[in-house]
Design a protein around this ligand. Structure first.
Ligand SMILES: Nc1ncnc2c1ncn2[C@@H]1O[C@H](COP(=O)(O)OP(=O)(O)OP(=O)(O)O)[C@@H](O)[C@H]1O
Ligand SMILES: [Mg+2]
Length: 279
């Protein structure tokens, strides 16, 4: 679909959150925020508890509507859309939930096959099997297909959640706190996984995070939300050393020293699959 570029949108915006507010009754949760989520890049949204991150996420994936403002996805405003149109737009998104949100009573194969069985009803079982086995292999989960979710490690479960999110070939992947509850080593592997996935599948990544190390490793752009406003945005270094004192303080309070953190930039080499397997 080719629509005119909305005013204020920047080059390469995949999603343009345009002066969005959200109120629940008299509670003003988001107070007019704008974000430029760039095509095939990683944006990380950080902020303290209650800042409005989950509320923003729910509007991005069209589970909620803004009170005012627009959300442009590929130049289309999803804010006024009805259910039929939203269902089309929702297919652009894949969601990787905080605790992987696997179905405990289904084995790994059936968890990953689930979206195909729901949305590709005309596909024969053989085609579904091939696609599921391909992605499991790519994510280093070969041989795990008959296991139950409870028999996997935290990092493996994340990969299963990612495999499932990739099944319908989304253009945009949204991660809700992908490293929370994981040990530091597994967390760094999840950072690599996010960047390798972006590179391999050419997706736009949007990550909600509390993890400053992760933010410095993967964000092309970081947005700091405080009490429903974006108080700073830019490269993580621009937040850590820029002119916004509250942003410098937020990062300093995390105890993470940005100078000690290396970016994930090895997403181009052929050993990517091997790294998946090491997790
Ligand atoms: N449906 C709702 N009705 C009323 N208030 C809500 C609703 N959803 C969220 N809120 C309020 O909006 C504010 C922001 O909530 P939100 O869940 O977006 O925060 P968050 O940044 O995701 O926090 P956390 O880091 O703790 O997950 C909170 O004060 C919350 O109580
Ligand atoms: Mg939240």
């Amino acid at each position: 679909m080719t629509a005119a570029k909305p005013p204020g949108q920047e080059e390469d915006d995949h999603i343009f959150v345009d002066r969005v507010t959200k109120s629940f009754g008299s509670t003003h949760v988001l107070k007019g925020i704008s974000l430029h989520l760039k095509r095939k890049k990683t944006a990380v949204i950080i902020g303290g508890s209650g800042a409005g991150k989950t509320t923003l996420l729910r509007m991005l994936i069209a589970l909620e509507k803004p009170s005012t403002g627009h959300i442009w996805v590929d130049n289309e405003d999803i804010a006024p859309m009805g259910e039929l149109e939203l269902n089309r737009v929702r297919q652009k998104f894949g969601m990787v939930f905080q605790y992987a949100a696997l179905l405990d009573s289904l084995n790994i194969f059936d968890n990953v096959a689930f979206p195909l069985r729901e949305h590709r009803k005309s596909w024969p079982a053989r085609r579904i099997r091939e696609k599921v086995m391909d992605i499991l292999k790519l994510l280093g989960l070969e041989g795990k297909e008959n296991r139950m979710p409870s028999e996997l490690s935290g990092g493996q479960r994340k990969r299963v959640g990612l495999a499932r999110a990739l099944m319908l070939e989304p253009q945009i992947l949204i991660y809700d706190e992908p490293t929370s509850g994981l040990d530091p080593i597994t967390s760094r592997m999840v950072d690599d996984l996010i960047e390798e996935t972006r590179d391999r599948f050419n997706v736009t990544s949007v990550v909600i995070s509390h993890d400053m190390t992760s933010t410095f490793r993967i964000a092309h752009t970081a947005y700091l939300l405080v009490q429903g406003l974006v108080i700073a945005s830019g490269k993580p270094d621009e937040l850590a050393y820029g002119s916004v004192e509250a942003a410098r303080a937020f990062i300093a309070a995390s105890g993470v020293d940005p100078k000690q953190i290396s970016r994930v930039d090895g997403a181009h080499d052929e050993s990517a699959t091997i790294k998946y397997k090491a997790m």
